[in-house]
Design a protein around this ligand. Structure first.
Ligand code: ARG
Length: 270
């Protein structure tokens, strides 16, 4: 996780940010960040906190976009919007200093973008890397990921996002550690919906629009526990019936920027 001290809404690069410039209550945001960290620890996670991000990086708190980690590999993000490109050095320096293999391909003209674990999520068995594209990450980045995962048994599976409100994969799709999936189908094109349905047959939990609009899919799965920003009664009882422990954390301040619990974390995938 990245400390929330620089967090603010200073520009608008997704629909949730519209009208929210300078409206973040910093004290509340800090409390919500701490509550998320505590819920993750309570759920059973070990949490590492990075040094404070540089001034001018109000979105760096969304650690999911720091890049993608798989074993010793760190794949850096290439942000689509200039507003976030200043975060790249901060994240790269950290992972470089912590002995990760830095995977990168030369793209001086920034023809392709990739927003890390915000758009790339592993299945529970680590055999599939679901890659969301269409808003932030470029569809063609799939071929770069194919190359990077060439010597592993991971298969990259692209999913096309079609609604700007669910602009990162992790806003609408949450593979759970149990092998089940929490997701919001209308965020995806018809073909991607079919791929997801057939892969997770009988193991998917579709959330309602009401839950999806409050970022219920932006949850963190830790074993049988789920840290989630919002949960309707229906979803809550459904998850309870399936044996999950549900920890709800108020994310009102981060939602002003289009993020919630999952966006605040980057998973160290081993
Ligand atoms: N304001 C940030 C942006 O638009 C929010 C990022 C949320 N991160 C995520 N992984 N969904 O880039």
């Amino acid at each position: 996780m990245v400390p929330p001290d620089k967090f603010a809404v200073e520009y608008q690069i997704n629909p949730w940010m519209n009208g929210n410039i300078d409206t973040v209550d910093k004290v509340k945001a800090a409390q919500q960040w701490l509550a998320t960290r505590d819920a993750l620890i309570q759920a059973g996670a070990d949490v590492i906190v990075l040094p404070s991000p540089p001034v001018g990086c109000p979105d760096a708190v969304f650690a999911a976009n720091a890049g993608l980690i798989f074993k010793d590999m760190y794949i850096n993000s290439k942000f689509k919007h200039e507003e976030r490109q200043g975060e790249e050095d901060y994240f790269e320096e950290y992972f470089d200093a912590h002995d990760y293999d830095m995977l990168e391909f030369p793209d001086p003209n920034r023809t392709l973008s990739f927003e890390g674990a915000g758009d790339a999520l592993f299945s529970a068995d680590r055999k599939h890397l679901w890659f969301g594209y269409g808003w932030r990450s470029s569809g063609d980045y799939k071929f770069k990921l194919d190359e990077m995962f060439e010597n592993t048994d991971v298969i990259v599976r692209p999913l096309k996002l079609v609604d700007p409100r669910w602009y990162h994969l992790d806003t609408a799709f949450c593979p759970l550690d149990t092998g089940e999936l929490l997701w919001y189908p209308p965020a995806f094109d018809a073909h991607s919906q079919m791929v997801i349905e057939s892969w997770y047959e009988g193991k998917d939990i579709k959330v309602s629009e009401e839950d999806a609009l409050r970022f219920a899919c932006n949850a963190v799965s830790v074993g049988k526990n789920i840290v989630i920003p919002h949960c309707s009664d229906d979803l809550f009882f459904n998850l309870m019936d399936r044996g999950y422990g549900v920890l709800t954390v108020d994310m009102s301040q981060f939602l002003r920027s289009g993020g919630a619990c999952k966006c605040l974390t980057l998973e160290v995938v081993e």
